[in-house]
Design a binder for this molecule. Sequence first.
Ligand SMILES: *Cc1c(COP(=O)(O)O)cnc(C)c1O
Length: 413
Amino acid sequence: MMDFGEQTIIASNESKGIVNAVRDVFDGKKMETNPTKELLNLSIGDPTFFGNLPVHQVMKEAVKEAVDSDNFNGYGPAHGLLCARQTVAKHYTTPEAPLTDDDIIITCGCSGALDSCFTVLGEPGQNILVPVPVYPLDSCVAASRGLTIKCYQLSVRQPDRQWEADVDKMDQLIDKDTVAIVVVNPSNPCGSVYSKQHLLDILAVAEKHSLPIIADEIYNDLVYKGQHSYPIATLSKNVPILSCGGIGKKYLVPGWRVGWILIHDRHDRFKKEVVPSLIKVSRKSLGITTLVQAALPKILDTVPKSYYENTMSLVEANANIAYGELSVVGGLTPVMPSGALYMMVGVELSKFPHINTTVEFMEKLMAEESVFILCGECFLSPGFIRLVLLMPSEKMKESCHRIREFSYRHYEV
Ligand SMILES: *Cc1c(COP(=O)(O)O)cnc(C)c1O
């Protein structure tokens, strides 16, 4: 009898082509901690990680009711239960960008939404514009579809114009094979929130080239006091927009895996091909779990605004702590965010002669201080580190003290 011997079963090139900048940085790395210091993890963008942000009671009840009803044990429509699509339409429709349940596709998280949009809009060999610092999933999903990413750089130009795109450069990146512009607002990893004018400037580029926009708006409404995030579709009457979102971040349940695409069709540009294809793509998985979809109306209708405002108060307080603690440290330049759950800190490597890259900064900080941050390389942006601002404020303070100590120790003029 033949047996398998040493033979390896071969995986497809498509699957092997899936890249993930974060995994690439960590590949084969053993991140050593300092055994005398408690690990402080500022690397994970999962709001459940520290246990300090409990899930709203109403949400638990909503899922329990869905289970107990016995009405949601069968298959639903692949692109989402009608009640889920209706409730998403009701909550996200605006006079400027109206939505009905036909304009909603329910997906497996916001990542599933992005995957569907990239799949439907792009052919292998074509390209898509993404912002850098990049949300790593964008490059991962693009690569898995054989799409090339063309990066438009976000930069800190003035204190009040943080992490904006240079729209002239964006314009120059576009060629005949460009299929869409990805806009992430508010931003992971930057924590920035675009002004209305900046969104209008981006829309003008899309309009000039007749390109659709894929808007990753999972952090819509997750902004600091006095800030406002505009859904980009509310600012244009002409540009077709697929807005991706979900409940993971706003409602603190990323594991529940419910997301959506809001289809803002303009002059029926998506109607003939894109909408039917988005529905076809959803059929590949026969849809997502019905239980959380069934709970969605109660979640969106009854969980009060104060629930996510409370999260953002913590995030803003932590941003103030980190900014205060780190802006006085030579060689570090924290960039004050206005929304989402993150802060980027610039690292002037020339001031740290024994640290050559921000990957090394990350590793040494972990080895000496047991503080875990992500290096900018994870976001294709060396020279920065990213902090997640979700931990209890006492721990945030402690983390920043340790980053300070570490930086002082390695700083040389
Ligand atoms: C977390 C995150 C996602 C993924 O959301 P899921 O609903 O967990 O799939 C997508 N985009 C951005 C910018 C994110 O930060």
